[in-house]
Ligand binder design. Structure first.
Ligand code: 5AD
Ligand code: SF4
Length: 366
């Protein structure tokens, strides 16, 4: 019997070829997939979408990933680091508006001054907001000691995207040197888990040279690694990067969004209790991108709280939306997207990954 989306969705366990089949499904069948994922989300984790206020702390980066606008060799952007007061102001905004969580993100830096500055900031943020904010770090690969120090200073979650799970594709989109090793990225994820963080990872979707089989492997990777949170989105060309020369080898923008929403839906089906973000990159290629991702299973969204004057210099990819919006405008627009998907905002709640709580023995599975 030939497989159909409908009979695959009834299976208890989806193997790699099932995932590939779903990723390749035609439009009408995708609707069934999205609806199925939507129902699973409501049944398993409810309709709440949690805000994570995003603070882009610094665009200084020691790496040269071939796809990223803030790579070290790109001299077009002015490099900046927020002052502690600017970070604290953004954190206070998150706290005062009941966001309950923030994400501190930066280009990758590992100097003593940087690791110490983050440690100090973690302590300051907690003391300014009475320990009410949950803090996620997205600061790249670090040593085990650094992961531990930041955890002990009050960070709860860590995002380290794997970018792609296929090591040979990873090698094609990064420089060939020992600062850009797939192996180190994997080891980093394992160390984060060992330290006690809620661990998040993610991939880019629709990269040049990437196949449907690669994307199915990415989903298997999330499941096999038993990840707590995922943030993934379409790859977006950036003129100042080496990968731009290969843009003809990538699917077109609408295909990348469609694949991204399918990845969210399938992930929600195979890992019903994890946190999944509706990422900004989805919105960049489709004005309804985040809304569609929420409908298909995402339950986290990251309003940008970086002071507006710095945002033009944190363009990992071009045409990033809402770069001039003040936090209040962003919050209102996101509320609209969330309501349009029929969901509500989990104001004042940390919105920890149920998967992590279960893994940590805090709750039983359902
Ligand atoms: N398109 C989409 N996502 C990108 N990122 C970096 N450059 C791009 C791009 N051109 C993502 C990477 C990185 C995260 C911070 O941003 O996945 O981990
Ligand atoms: Fe730096 Fe991250 Fe961009 Fe790579 S993807 S160049 S590590 S900011």
């Amino acid at each position: 019997m030939n497989p159909t989306v409908k009979n695959i969705l009834q299976k208890e366990y989806l193997a790699k070829d099932d995932l590939e089949f779903l990723l390749s499904s035609a439009e009408a069948d995708s609707e069934a997939l999205f609806q199925h994922a939507h129902e699973i989300k409501i049944a398993r984790i409810g309709r709440k979408v949690y805000f994570r206020g995003l603070i882009e702390y610094s665009n200084i980066c020691s790496k040269n990933c071939f796809y990223c606008g803030i790579r070290m060799d790109n001299s077009r952007y002015q490099r900046y680091t927020l002052t502690d007061e600017e970070v604290l102001e953004a954190a206070r905004y998150a706290h005062d508006n009941d966001f309950a969580s923030i994400v501190l993100q930066s280009g990758e830096q590992s100097s003593k001054a940087f690791t110490q500055a983050i440690e100090n900031l973690l302590v300051k943020i907690h003391s300014e907001t009475n320990g009410k904010l949950h803090i996620t770090l997205s600061l790249g690969e670090q040593t085990e000691d650094t992961y531990k120090r930041w955890y002990n200073a009050g960070a709860h979650r860590y995002l380290l995207r794997i970018e792609v799970s296929n090591p040979s594709l990873y090698a094609r989109i990064h420089p060939d040197d020992n600062r850009h090793l797939h192996k180190t990225r994997l080891e980093g994820l394992a160390l984060l888990k060992k330290t006690g963080y809620q661990v998040g990872t993610g991939v880019m979707i629709g990269l040049p040279f990437q196949t449907i089989s690669d994307l199915a492997d990415d989903l298997c990777f999330f499941r096999d690694f038993d990840i707590d949170m995922v943030g993934m989105g379409p790859y977006i060309d950036h003129t100042d990067t080496p990968l731009y020369a290969f843009r003809d080898q990538a699917p077109d923008a609408s295909k990348r969004v469609e694949l991204s929403i399918k990845m969210v839906a399938i992930l929600r089906i195979i890992m019903p209790d994890i946190n999944i973000a509706a990422t900004t990159a989805m919105q960049t290629l489709d004005p309804k991108g985040r809304e569609k991702a929420i409908y298909a299973g995402a339950n986290v969204i990251m309003p940008n709280l970086t002071p507006v004057k710095y945002r033009d210099n944190y363009l990992l990819y071009e045409n990033k939306p809402n770069v001039k919006d003040q936090p209040d405008e962003t919050r209102k627009a996101l509320e609209k997207h969330i309501r349009a998907a029929g969901d509500e905002i989990g104001y004042g709640e940390w919105g920890d990954s149920r998967h992590y709580k279960w893994r940590n023995g805090e709750i039983s599975k359902w």
